[in-house]
Ligand binder design. Structure first.
Ligand code: UDP
Length: 463
């Protein structure tokens, strides 16, 4: 198979080191929370003079027109895949994706290497969820770097899996519910609801560390002052170097990598509200909610009296592709102070002076974006690393409060008031302001993330 033609040399004219190691190849996992940091990294590397080649699946494929300076090489997956909606389908699809595109990836990578010459390729950066991609690259002697799009704490937890089994924290047992994991503070034992989904999640995470260990280095979208202890632990536990170059969206030039079209009218709508008065509500790109939870959340938000901007994406309710329905009377009751959009320009919304709180599912990108803007959070994690992120947000960084238990309108209303108007909220907001300053320091001139990026470049050139 022959990849599409490369862009003219003019597009590569800023390439580093006179052609040697001028190309970086990237393979993102095709989900929004993974695509965003990978494209931010691409932006950083490109700004540094590297030519960027993105190998990608056709599922959730990037739009080459948005990145005219990059080259795109599709890797076809046999038979295509249906668009998954429920989380267990998403995890099953991720597991299948790596395996399904292995042969085609091998082909495409071999063609790209033939064309560029081996010496011109610095490395391949791939998402740690794609273990087969790392194995193929190793067989073709292409050095790899692993991008983990979650926190260092989450990565440390994966690294500790053997210990968690050895000490009987895993598999989880009802008798251990909420027990602290003393070896891995502040984690505690959480009982998941869905066994089938959990089995797949376990399978998926069991491949993440082998991918890191196969690579020549680990890139993390986090920063030193937020996760110093966890980063130190990782450095002790891993034989490969760790590069904490986050938050990438603050370090890298802006990129447009949204799979859904953001409704920018919400930014203008926000202009009408006083500073820090609006609650931004979003559960990311994958998490779903039941129709019952939608109703309770809606009435809780309405009852709080707090202005809100709420992202309800197509298919978010009940994991179905059907349109959601708000309870009768909700829209009329909140028309003056509420706006619902299908997808928001989230980074800009969080940066808007009117936004004073974020009700979030605690996906790592959303958490990092909120931290960077000093917006305190109400955490309602749904699955996977979101649970641990929420734990850190509330108990370690103290920049948010978790909303636990069944979603019930009275509880939602009270949680929103607590964050937006009560004393608790004021303290959390003050902490969020401090952490925002620490993030700005790390990404600023001579900050730890910038220095880590310089080290990453040196490392890439030495592979
Ligand atoms: N996002 C967005 N608009 C929205 C909701 C989310 O641009 O309306 C972006 C958000 O800024 C983040 C990503 O989608 O970068 C979601 O990633 P995250 O890790 O927070 O959650 P996931 O979707 O992976 O669960």
């Amino acid at each position: 198979m022959t990849p599409p033609p490369a862009p003219t040399m003019a597009a590569h004219s800023n390439a580093v080191h006179g052609g040697r190691r001028q190309h970086v190849l990237l393979f993102p996992l095709p989900y929004q929370g993974h695509i965003n940091p990978m494209f931010r990294l691409a932006g950083l590397l490109h700004a540094h003079g590297f030519a960027i080649t993105v190998l990608h699946t056709q599922f959730n494929a990037p739009d080459p027109a948005r990145h005219p300076d990059y080259r795109f090489v599709p890797v076809p997956v046999p038979d295509g895949s249906p668009v998954p909606v429920a989380i267990e389908d998403v995890v099953a699809q991720i597991l299948e994706l790596g395996v399904a595109c292995e042969a085609a990836f091998r082909d495409r990578l071999a063609s790209v290497l033939d064309e560029y010459s081996r010496d011109a390729v610095a490395c391949l950066v791939a998402d740690t969820h794609l273990l087969p991609i790392f194995e193929v690259a190793a067989r073709l002697s292409v050095p790899t770097l692993a991008l983990r799009t979650g926190s260092a704490a989450c990565c440390a937890c994966l690294l500790a899996y053997p210990m968690l089994f050895e000490k009987s924290y895993l598999p989880v047992q009802e008798s251990q519910r909420d027990m602290p994991v003393t070896e891995l503070p502040p984690y505690r034992v959480r009982i998941g609801e869905d066994d089938g989904g959990l089995r797949l999640v376990r399978e998926l995470i069991s491949r993440a560390m082998p991918a890191v260990k196969t690579s020549s280095g680990l890139i993390l979208n986090t920063f030193d002052s937020l996760e110093r202890r966890e980063l130190e632990g990782l450095r002790r536990g891993l034989a490969v170097p760790v590069f904490d170059i986050g938050p990438l969206h603050k370090l890298s030039p802006a990129v447009e990598s949204s799979l859904l079209l953001p409704d920018r009218s919400c930014l203008e709508w926000l202009d009408a509200f006083p500073p820090e008065s609006v609650l931004y509500v979003s559960f990311g790109s994958v998490a779903c909610m039941s129709p019952r939870d939608l109703v309770e959340t809606a009435w809780g938000i309405a009852g709080s009296g707090v202005p809100f901007l709420w992202v309800v994406r197509p298919g978010m309710v009940n994991g179905s592709a059907d349109d959601h329905r708000f309870p009768e009377g909700f829209e009329a009751a909140t028309r003056e102070r509420g706006k619902v959009v299908a997808w928001a320009p989230q980074e800009e919304a969080l940066r808007h002076r009117a936004v004073g709180g974020f009700w979030t599912h605690c996906g790592w990108n959303s958490t990092a974006e909120s931290v960077c803007e000093g917006v305190p959070m109400l955490c309602r994690p749904s699955f996977g690393d979101q649970m641990g992120n929420a734990r850190y947000v509330e108990h370690v960084w103290r920049v948010g409060l978790e909303v636990g238990g069944d979603l019930e309108r009275g509880r939602v209303e009270a949680a929103i008031r607590r964050l937006m108007t009560d004393e608790d909220g004021a303290e959390t907001r003050a902490r969020a302001g401090e952490v925002k300053k620490a993030a700005a320091k790390c990404t600023g001139e001579a900050g730890s993330s910038r220095l880590a990026f310089d080290k990453l470049i040196t490392h890439m050139m030495s592979l």
